[in-house]
Structures are given as C-alpha cells and as structure tokens.
Design a protein around this ligand. Structure first.
Ligand SMILES: *Cc1c(COP(=O)(O)O)cnc(C)c1O
Length: 379
C-alpha cells in the first residue's frame, strides 16, 4: 500500500513551476487544492446541456483565492529579508496578508476603506494581528497611498502588483486542467483589479505550451502515479470577466472614480492589471460584461439554495454571467464552463442575512408547536 504525500500547499506541489529555490523557507497554510464542483440542479433547471463547474476558492485557509498569491508573496518577502508587508484591500487581501504575516512572524499593515468592508474580513485581519488602518476613502485611494509609502518605507507591497501574487494564483488553472484532463471551454471570473483573470491566463498558457505539469512531466506531488498524469496539453479556455455595473471600468473603457456595488470585493474603479486584462481578452477570444447588484445577489442565493454552496456576492457574478451567456446562446450546448467562486459566503454574513427570505419561525419551546411548524412547511 502506498500513501499519498501529505498536502502541504501549492508551492510545494508546483515547486518546479514557481520561482522558489530548494532552500527557500515556505510560508504556507496548506492553501490551494480546492474542490471543482459540478453543478447538478441549476443546469437541470435551466434545461441546458452545459457542464458548469465551480472552483470553490472560498475553501482556502482564509476563505478566498488571495491565499494562493499570498503564500508566494510572503514567502518571497521573507526570503528577501523583509520584516513587514503592506496592502490596500477591499477585505480579502488584508485577511490573507494578516494570516501569512502571522505565520511568518512579520508585521502586516492593511489599509481598508472605512465602513465598506465585510464584517468577516475585518474580523480576520483584526484577530490575526494586522495593523488595521482605516482610511476615509475607497480601495483605489488606499492603493495609491500604499504605492507612495512603500517607495521609502521598509515594507513589501503584497497587492497583486507584486508579481509573485500572480505566480501563486496561476496554480488554480493548473488544478483545473489536471482535474478535467483538459482546459474548460470557458472560464468565468469576477474582475476587480483583474489580477486573477491575468493569473489564470498565465497558468493556462504555461500548461498548454507544455511547460506545465502534464502528460510527460512527472507529477511532483504524486511522482506520476496520480489520476492527473495525462492532462491534455494545448488547450486554453475563452476567458470571460464580469464586473458589477456600478464598478465596471472595463465596460466603460476608462477608469471609474466612484465605484459602488454590494459586491465589495470588486468595488474597484482603477484596476491595477488594466493592460494585462485587455490582453487576456484578446488572446483568449473572450469578453467583459456586467451585472447589476440584484442579479448578483439573486445568483448568490440560487447557488446556495439549489446546490448548497455559499459564496460571497462578488464571487456569484461569475456564475451570474455564465448563466446569462448560456441563456443568450453565447455558450454552445455541450460546452464546459468553469466559474471561479473567489470567496466564501461567511465573509459577508450581513448581506446574506439581509437578503434571505427563507422562513424564520418563532414558536414556544413545545413539542406541538414544533410539529405544527414542520407540517406547515414540509414540501
Ligand atoms: C480580490 C477579489 C476579487 C477580485 O479579484 P481581482 O484579481 O482583483 O480581479 C473577486 N472576488 C473576491 C472575493 C476577491 O477577494
């Protein structure tokens, strides 16, 4: 009997495809290796013959895909001798930076927009010991300040302009190709700074060019004995990026100064990976589109109610977009579609509770009352 190696995070797993050395001290919390879940009930109800998968990135250690990039960024910061990291954040980057800094034993400074951060994310940054700096401004203001202060303060920026972030995040594409045996036909992502859509394209491109862990390369994780050995080289998906209508610079064709949306994780008007994302669109033959807040929330609820998967509002826009494009015929039958669910629903309990219409029944603590409540509500 052979035992599978204990999973110790994405850098270890994809070591030969990432910029680390043999003696680099890895700062990891076991991130990556997230489930790719095939939706059952939603496609059936839509009456469509499309394979829809969701990549549940909310199951990373701090509840969002940011951990993929943060393990790399903090590993490299520590390797370079840095004692502190800094980021601007709509919430998830700060939660992740705080956790990896704690793990590494260094300080995290996080700039967040006052009053516009989901409660779960704020709780994480605070309990993980980050220095939380609330600014009377939005993410874009924070980003500008972080760039300026890092020029002469001894801190490493861990926003996605740090190139190691995208290197870590590209591994999500590797996992998808390995799991499906090929790239999907379409990949849908929410777009804020556009770092993640760029990172996925890097990952798919490396894999398809054969640089990746593929048919011939032995899997460094399992030494060639796993179900992944045999992934098809040469395929890349069409990349589709969705933005909230109130924060949609890629749809307007220019930066937006007062971004606003319930999907706080993508409440960004000045995307940092602007040029890269346009290139991804062009090279992949993809497109950008937008959704209103009510459609985002309705899809968050649909996914939770019909499939039991709880993601945060920003994440739901990927599925909202895919459903819309399936209905309009942009996606042909028999296609495979992957939607990235970027963050966990528990990040933003307030928004979830506010929009829940499910029955909340108040009764006396008596058997008859419980029985009656069951009879009244059984379907
Ligand atoms: C950061 C984040 C995004 C946006 O990703 P970008 O790389 O900035 O485009 C989307 N959803 C969630 C939950 C996030 O935390």
């Amino acid at each position: 009997m052979t035992f599978r190696q204990r999973y110790t995070g994405l850098i270890e797993r994809y070591r030969d495809l990432l910029p680390v050395h043999d003696d680099t001290r890895l700062i990891s919390l076991g991130e990556g290796n997230t489930p790719l879940i095939r939706l059952n009930n939603i496609p059936r109800e839509l009456g469509v013959d499309v394979d829809i998968y969701v990549k549940y990135e909310g199951l990373n250690p701090t509840g969002s895909f940011k951990d993929r990039g943060m393990t790399m960024a903090v590993t490299k910061a520590v390797e370079a001798g840095s004692r502190a990291i800094i980021c601007a954040s709509t919430g998830n980057t700060s939660a992740s930076a705080a956790a990896y800094a704690a793990r590494a034993g260094i300080t995290a400074f996080v700039l967040i927009p006052e009053g516009k951060i989901a409660m779960g994310k704020l709780a994480q940054a605070m309990v993980e010991g980050a220095v939380v700096i609330q600014i009377a401004g939005n993410f874009d203001d924070g980003m500008r300040l972080v760039r300026q202060v890092a020029e002469n303060a001894p801190v490493t920026i861990v926003n996605s302009i740090n190139p190691y972030r995208l290197q870590g995040q590209k591994t999500a594409a590797f996992e998808i190709v390995e799991e499906l045996g090929r790239a999907p036909d379409f990949h849908y992502l929410p777009v804020g700074n556009a770092g993640n859509i760029t990172a996925h394209w890097i990952g798919y491109s490396e894999y398809s060019s054969g640089d990746g862990h593929s048919v011939t390369a032995a899997c460094n994780y399992c030494e060639g004995h796993c179900r992944f050995a045999g992934a098809v080289v040469g395929s890349r998906p069409v990349m589709v990026g969705y933005q909230a209508s109130g924060a949609a610079p890629f749809l307007r064709g220019h930066m937006v100064d007062d971004p606003d949306t319930v999907a706080t994780a993508i409440r960004i008007g000045h995307p940092q990976s602007w040029n890269q994302a346009w290139k991804v669109r062009e090279e992949s033959g993809g497109w950008f589109d937008e959704c209103e807040d009510d459609e985002i929330l309705a899809t968050q609820k649909l996914l939770a109610e019909k499939e039991g998967i709880f993601c945060e509002p920003a994440s739901a826009i990927s599925l909202a977009g895919a459903i819309r494009d399936i209905k309009s015929g942009k996606i042909e039958p028999n296609s495979s579609v992957v939607c990235t669910l970027t963050g966990h629903g528990l990040k933003d309990p307030d928004t979830a509770v506010k929009q829940s219409t499910g029955p909340m029944i108040k009764i006396a603590a008596e058997l008859d009352a419980v029985k009656q409540a069951i009879l009244d509500n059984i379907s």
